[in-house]
Write a protein that binds this ligand. Sequence first.
Ligand code: SAH
Length: 228
Amino acid sequence: MKVADDKTIVREYFNSTGFDRWRRIYGDGEVNKVQLDIRNGHQQTVDTVIGWLKDDGNLPQLSICDAGCGVGSLSIPLAADGAKVYASDISEKMVTEAKDRALQALGNSENTIFAVQDLESLGGSYHTVICLDVLIHYPQEKVEEMISHLCSLAKSRVIMSFAPKTWALTILKKIGSFFPGPSKATRAYLHREADVVKILQNNGFSVQRQGMTKTSFYYSRLLEATRK
Ligand code: SAH
């Protein structure tokens, strides 16, 4: 029950209030100071991932699954650099927006496929599976299953980011009101890095590169893990 409830709430949020809010934050129009801070923080996370993949120098050879792609902030630049990207999101509105932005940025490129899909229902096999800033919607007890599923789709590598529990109080106070649900603060789920690393290890992955973005209102720990 809890799972369905959480997921339904998240889906509805990102098809309504959340869509309007996050589409603006993940855009370049005018926003308030807090939203600008979050926009800049999120962009740093995206830029770190793009930097890693570009450094490897093999983007055109990669198949990438971007699980919970939002408006395509990561998928679109990766596709522009030649990767084949399968981008999906639970929110139909987010996916429509991502498609529009991809058309604007890439024209009729064949490097992206967009789908409305929750990540539990994703299948297939990709060189790299990426999941940025989605774990915040997953309660602790659902995280193992979620990460394990993403690992099962990845031939070589998983890259994920999450709000780390070490910053718990600070984060919850500041960002609580950005998330859905009656008790807004408890709707933002934070995760212990050690737990995430352990789940990755149990699935046969070990951490390679790491990043941490911290601005005034945005906190995101970024991990790259590859198959042992
Ligand atoms: N990864 C993107 C978007 C982050 S916002 C980026 O970094 O730019 C979080 C996104 O996760 C939202 O678009 C939301 O709709 C999506 N999401 C939340 N729960 C999901 C689930 N169970 N399956 C797929 N997408 C989900």
